[in-house]
Design a protein. Structure first.
Length: 385
């Protein structure tokens, strides 16, 4: 691997613009002796550069950083690192450990989680009846009146187009912590629901009406195109309107923001009226994120690596410069656990990490080996001291 390619990947990583290829390159590179120490020096150089320049121009910072890196091809000498910078370096360690955990810490043997998953996926029918969805079952989906309205194929529900009602009938699919579930709506729109998510949707979309669903949690949508019937995801404070596209919406009540990330197509975001103030809609382009933050009640748009926000659809957890508070909330949902953190300073630290097949015990052990956290597990509750 050429030094130039490594340098470019590091610069993109420190600038928050790393691609999946960059992450793969750095994962392999960091395994070589002393490379983590070299990377730590680049972290400090990056900090010194942005501090000295005091300039928000990211492209200029990247150019200066590359020029300074080229002056020392063997890597910078490692000296005493500022305390807060070591946490940034630890972030890359977590990032690599997410891939290497089984080989370097736990070996190749299978690891079973000590924490059990107890809750089930459920559907709430229009009359309030709650049906449990067993992930191994296959068969017909029946409504409260005994009508066949679709089919279950294990962890996937597909609604048919043939059902007819004289009024709009809604179902609510609820996915508990520790699980994901696929849903195909009657118009063919595909929805993947993340853990801790509920979606309220019409059993059948009516002709001449807007296709509206109501989201609490996180879901990835592949919307069937229908220009005469716009598709709207109502996420309480934000409405996402589309014609046909792929995007991710994250709306957990405990999170500080509602995020919409566009993979393809075009979407329009509109914040609901606050104190009678009507806000203009915001158009997103592919590769951009629209964020409605609770503390400012407006939508901000920025370019992002969409893989970070959609990796959960493949069972991965990717974090980039993410506060530990948000990381542990994501871990709670992904692993169906409760994490109580008694170390307030830890919640404020930001990390980069990638986890794939690890159990929650393996994830905690990776933090423990890098950050020296102390924790104990009691049933489905994890306590960090």
């Amino acid at each position: 691997m050429s030094g130039q390619k490594i340098e470019n990947s590091i610069v993109r990583y420190l600038s928050g613009e790393a691609t999946s290829e960059d992450l793969d390159i750095l994962t392999d590179w960091i395994r070589i002796d002393n490379n983590l120490l070299i990377f730590t020096s680049y972290v400090e150089l990056h900090y010194q550069t942005i501090t000295a320049m005091n300039d928000p121009d990211t492209e200029k910072i990247k150019r200066v950083l590359l020029e300074r890196m080229k002056k020392d091809k063997r890597g910078f000498s490692v000296h005493k690192i500022k305390p807060f910078l070591k946490y940034i370096a630890i972030g890359l360690l977590f990032f690599s450990m997410g891939y290497l955990l089984r080989q370097e810490i736990f070996g190749e043997k299978e690891n079973r989680s000590l924490i059990s998953e107890q809750k089930k996926v459920t559907i709430v029918l229009d009359d309030g009846t709650v049906k449990t969805v067993e992930p191994d079952n296959e068969g017909e989906l029946v409504d409260s009146r005994g009508n066949i309205i679709g089919r279950q194929q294990k962890s996937k529900l597909t609604y048919s187009r043939s059902a007819t009602y004289d009024k709009m009938i809604y179902h609510t699919l609820k996915v508990p912590y520790g699980k994901r579930f696929d849903l195909v709506l009657s118009d063919g729109t595909q929805v993947l629901l993340n853990s801790g998510t509920s979606l309220r949707y019409p059993v059948e979309f009516r002709k001449g009406s807007v296709r509206t669903v109501y989201l609490n949690g996180e879901a990835y949508f592949e919307v069937t195109e229908d220009k005469e019937h716009p598709f709207i995801v109502d996420a309480n404070k934000v409405q996402v309107e589309v014609l046909g596209t792929e995007f991710n919406v994250s709306h957990y009540p405990e999170d500080p923001a509602i995020n919409t990330v566009l993979v393809s197509g075009t979407v329009s975001l509109r914040a609901t009226e606050e104190d009678g103030l009507k806000q203009e809609p915001v158009l997103l382009k592919p590769g951009y994120k629209g964020e409605w933050a609770k503390h400012r009640a407006k939508i901000n748009v920025e370019k992002v690596n969409t893989e970070i926000y959609t990796s959960w659809t493949e069972g991965k957890l990717i974090f980039s410069n993410t506060p530990f508070l948000q990381i542990r909330r994501a871990l709670e949902r992904h692993y169906n656990v409760e994490i109580a953190n008694n170390d307030a300073a830890l919640d404020e630290q930001r990390f980069d990490a990638i986890f794939d097949v690890e159990t929650i015990e393996q994830v905690l052990e990776s933090f423990n080996k890098s950050y020296s956290i102390e924790y104990e597990i009691k049933d489905n509750r994890i306590i960090i001291n």
